[in-house]
Write a protein that binds this ligand. Structure first.
Ligand code: NAP
Length: 301
């Protein structure tokens, strides 16, 4: 039997609808409109398209949004002073500096200069510390891991008591999702194993997983026979493996593959995310959710 496809686009649309309502309520009751600034340095085509998509979504949700375009050769000092200006701007609740930054700028220094209460990407060490402590300490969740957690919950899989295996230990996906799922609480409380290049016999770990999360950045790394029958498989990978002509526009578009061999995995898994259309659409939605939360904190104090 084929796996159920977890439709990230549909789940993201559902969450955006909920956020839109929250934004309206916040504006009507408290006169507060969530504000997001996206700061882009240079014109890297991938970064331009990410920032455009973030701005478009912010606009659709009724945010106050600002796009800052800085030249490739902007100095670190100028960028830091822009961050500082938005740290002190009460209309802005979320600051996003699009990565990667040019080599002459110290990325860590810039990210650490963002006020942690406006750090909607959740990269600041203060917010990572809060995430590790868990519970009421947590202000924001990092966007891709938050999207993964929502996909699992909203597609009906129980995390409490589940064996979760995470492939990959990056700071933006593997480590934070592992921490989030091992916390005590709803949508978590799992037994988590993280595997990486130092792990012996990765397939044997994967085969134990009720929920398998793969973020390795290696196309089709996980095969169908590594998957426990009926498991929930979340494929985070987005790998460009070539180009093809789009049937719609006639233009060349990238061919994308996930980190899971979809054709063999879907025969064994209970549910699986496609690539594209799985985790991808959730990431921007979670950025918007963090911005709404940041605005809420200014009301609650
Ligand atoms: P990353 O920083 O390159 O980390 C990859 C991790 O996988 C590392 O921990 C690495 O282990 C592990 N790994 C790589 N090859 C392995 C192998 N052969 N055996 C075992 N472990 C292996 O990647 P990332 O930033 O986490 O991203 C992972 C994938 O998710 C990429 O395809 C990326 O494009 C995609 N992604 C998608 C979204 C989205 O919104 N859809 C967001 C972020 C990332 P070591 O630590 O031992 O080197």
């Amino acid at each position: 039997m084929g796996a159920r496809i977890i439709d990230g686009k549909a789940i993201a649309a559902e969450i955006r609808q909920e956020l839109k309502q929250q934004v309206e309520e916040m504006r009507d009751r408290h006169g507060v409109v969530p504000g997001l600034v996206t700061i882009l340095v240079g014109q890297n085509p991938a970064s331009v398209s990410y920032v455009t998509a973030k701005q478009k979504t912010a606009h659709e949700l009724g945010f106050y949004s600002v796009q800052e375009d800085l030249p490739e050769d902007v100095s670190e000092e100028e960028l830091l002073s822009m961050v500082d200006r938005y740290n002190n701007d009460p209309k802005i609740h979320g600051i996003l500096v699009q990565l990667p930054l040019p080599k002459h700028i110290n990325e860590k220094k810039v990210l650490n200069a963002i006020n942690p209460d406006k750090d909607v990407d959740c990269f600041h060490p203060v917010n990572i510390g809060r995430l590790v402590i868990g519970g009421e300490e947590v202000r924001f969740l990092p966007c891709t891991p938050a999207g993964i957690q929502e996909l699992i919950i909203r597609s009906g899989f129980e995390t409490s008591g589940a064996e979760v295996v995470v492939v990959g230990r990056s700071n933006i996906v593997g480590k934070p999702i592992a921490i989030m799922l091992l916390q005590k609480g709803k949508g978590a409380n799992a037994t988590v194993t993280v595997v990486h290049t130092g792990t012996k016999d990765i397939p044997s770990h994967c085969r134990r997983a009720d929920i398998l999360i793969v973020a390795a950045g290696v196309p089709e790394f996980v095969k169908g026979d590594w998957i426990k029958p009926g498991a929930c498989v979340i494929d985070v990978g987005v790998n460009r493996v070539g180009e093809k002509k789009s049937e719609k526009t006639g233009r060349m578009v990238p061919i994308l593959k996930g980190d899971v061999e979809f054709e063999t995995a879907k025969e064994v898994a209970g549910a699986i995310t496609p690539v594209p259309g799985g985790v991808g659409p959730m990431t921007i939605t979670m950025l918007m959710r963090n911005t709404v939360r940041a605005a809420e904190y200014t009301i609650k104090g």
